[in-house]
Design a protein around this ligand. Structure first.
Ligand code: AMP
Length: 593
């Protein structure tokens, strides 16, 4: 964080955007923002090596918005993303940053959405288009998208686009953009093909990479919970309740707004909690820290800047409720615990998309961060019962019990019940503010995370972590029927196991279709991650593709209408017909090309 300017105002952004950032609670720029925003505002092309969670969206979105002429209702910026999910997310971010730019219009376009709606929206005029490569290509071909006024082009998660087989489409689009525009390419990694694209299409790009400082944090127990199946707030309170040695905690979030919201929610659940953010003056800030020291507060919810330098020995836990932007921030955050020779605990919440950042942190701190199993309802109940018993035991030793013992005898006599039943009724009364048993279901444990930046969908187009997911166990391939495949494919990628259904589609080699075209179209239109797409067999006029069983109607319908190379694929369950000239291929690993 040492290289990070303290203020967005230092970066050259307009008053309008600065006002918006204050309103939405962004306190300071993240490192990638601090470095990219001035470079992009100066008009340079840029290669940003950054992954999800670093704040890269605002890093390109804010400068891009400064260039938009709202009066001109033509696309002036195009952002390409590998998935529709990301397209929507980026479009939403832009819409948020545009809250003080009346008339600003951003449009996400992606596969799976009806063309009619998209055409209507396009004809109404949008300033920024955020789209997946296939659909953008389609609109360019149909001339329903015109890039004549393009000023900025962003390739977001370029390595993911490569992995999903979209790189040819991306190049096709880049070939058709007007020569005069700024291009920014963001990628977590820099495989050779991405370098090549950058060399070919970017002009003297500035390269920005967030350094990851290595540091040791020996005295601190570090664990992470992969966010799934339960709201972060519920998970947090469960964890805090059963953590051994809990005394006090600092919880880190990203925005000022979030510090206040979380402090309110925790207070409502009975915790002595308060927010600590850059809006507090020095005196108020010191007061909060004093209260944490004295025990008047047990939890402080803070932003990175506000928590700098806090030294409160009783802080037994640091919770990274929102993942930090980089490893430096992580090390700084967790250094707030384990002070004065005490042991500390650091808990990190990681969304599936942020798994890469977790691995980066592990590498930088040279320590594995162990997965944390969320306490079950029974765990929480047991802990609450144990605490309750302890309290009762304390009171049993107190003076003045005789008066109450007498009342209990009277109740027992009047109600004609035993003292035990009276005690049970009193215990029930005593726990009314905080029931000993908690309601609701236990979430299923999250799977071991992969190095992927995206969640593993167990179902089509959803992020429901509770749905079954598929392993990567090998399965025998289709029969080759003695013919030599025209295209050699290295069997580098194991097919997904689990129940698969084979479908037939009406495009094949005669249409010039390649395996990656099919993978790309299906991945985008149905929201199925490429790794869950099984074997693809290319015939001359048609092909077959294996997809996980249980495809919902919506996805199936989207795939019926999907076009590959302009031909409707008409996806339907395969009747088992085997055309002559069939070849079967194991789907290639896109990351390996
Ligand atoms: P990204 O890495 O672009 O996906 O951003 C991750 C999250 O960080 C998003 O929820 C953003 O709203 C949030 N974020 C980005 N920049 C900032 C900032 N400077 N201050 C607070 N939150 C931010």
């Amino acid at each position: 964080m040492s290289t990070t300017p303290d203020s967005f105002a230092d970066l050259g952004l307009s008053e309008t955007l600065l006002k918006t950032l204050t309103e939405i609670g962004y306190e300071t720029p993240s490192p990638i923002q601090a470095q990219c925003i001035p470079v992009l505002l100066e008009g340079h092309d840029l290669i940003g090596m950054a992954q999800t969670g670093t704040g890269k969206t605002a890093a390109f979105a804010l400068p891009l918005m400064e260039q938009i002429d709202v009066k001109l209702t033509k696309p002036q910026a195009l952002i390409l993303t590998p998935t529709r999910e990301l397209a929507i997310q980026v479009a939403e971010a832009l819409q948020t940053y545009a809250k003080n730019l009346p008339g600003f219009h951003v449009l996400p376009i992606y596969g799976g959405q009806s063309y009619t709606i998209q055409l209507k929206q396009l004809s109404r005029g949008a300033h920024v288009i955020v789209g997946t490569p296939g659909r953008v290509m389609d609109h360019l071909e149909r001339k329903t998208l015109n890039l004549d006024h393009l000023k900025t082009m962003v390739l977001d998660e370029a390595d993911e686009m490569l992995r999903m087989g979209f790189i040819d489409d991306v190049e096709w689009i880049l070939e058709r953009t007007p020569p005069q525009h700024q291009t920014a390419l963001f990628s977590a990694t820099m495989p050779e093909q991405i370098r090549r694209v950058a060399q070919k299409y970017l002009v003297e790009p500035r390269e920005i990479k967030i350094k990851s400082a290595t540091a040791t944090v020996a005295a601190i127990r570090q664990v992470y919970w992969q966010v799934s199946g339960m709201h972060k707030l519920d998970a947090l309170t469960r964890i805090l309740e059963v953590e051994e040695d809990f005394d006090a905690a600092i919880i880190f979030v990203r925005t000022k707004t979030a510090t206040v919201e979380l402090a309110d929610k925790l207070s409502a659940r009975g915790y002595a909690a308060a927010a600590l953010n850059g809006d507090l003056n020095q005196q108020m800030r010191e007061r909060v820290i004093e209260q944490l020291k004295s025990g008047a507060l047990d939890i402080v919810i803070a932003t990175d800047v506000a928590a700098r330098g806090i030294d409160v020995p009783r802080v037994s836990h640091v919770v990274n409720y929102d993942i930090p932007y980089d490893t430096e921030a992580y090390v700084h955050r967790i250094g707030r615990t384990g002070r004065a020779g005490r042991t500390g605990n650091a808990i990190l919440f990681v969304a599936p998309r942020e798994i890469r950042m977790l691995r980066t942190i592990e590498r930088a701190t040279r320590q594995p961060i162990a997965p944390l199993t969320l306490p079950s309802r029974a765990d929480v109940t047991n802990k609450r019962v144990a605490d309750f018993k302890e309290k009762v035991a304390e009171v049993l030793n107190a003076e003045g019990l005789d008066f109450f013992a007498n009342i209990v005898s009277q109740i027992a006599e009047e109600q004609n019940v035993g003292a035990e039943e009276v005690a049970a009724a009193l215990a029930m009364m005593a726990q009314q503010g905080k029931p000993l048993q908690i309601a609701g279901e236990d979430p299923r444990p999250a799977p071991a995370p992969s190095f992927d930046s995206r969640p593993r969908p167990g179902s089509f187009g959803e992020r429901d972590e509770r749905k079954p997911r598929f392993d990567r166990g090998d399965k025998p391939g289709f029969e080759n029927r003695g013919e030599r495949p025209r295209r050699e494919e290295r069997p580098t990628r194991a097919a997904p196991s689990g129940d698969m259904v084979r479908y037939r589609i009406d495009v094949g080699r005669d249409h010039g279709v390649q395996v990656k075209d099919i993978v790309g179209a299906i991945a985008n239109e149905a929201g199925i991650e490429s790794r869950f797409i099984g074997r693809i067999a290319l015939y001359d006029e048609s092909s077959t593709v294996e997809l996980p069983a249980g495809m919902p109607g919506e996805a199936a319908n989207a795939l019926k209408r999907t076009r590959v190379r302009g031909v409707p694929i008409n996806l339907r369950p395969d009747e088992g017909r085997q055309d002559s000239g069939e070849r079967s291929f194991k789907k290639k690993s896109f990351g390996d090309r």
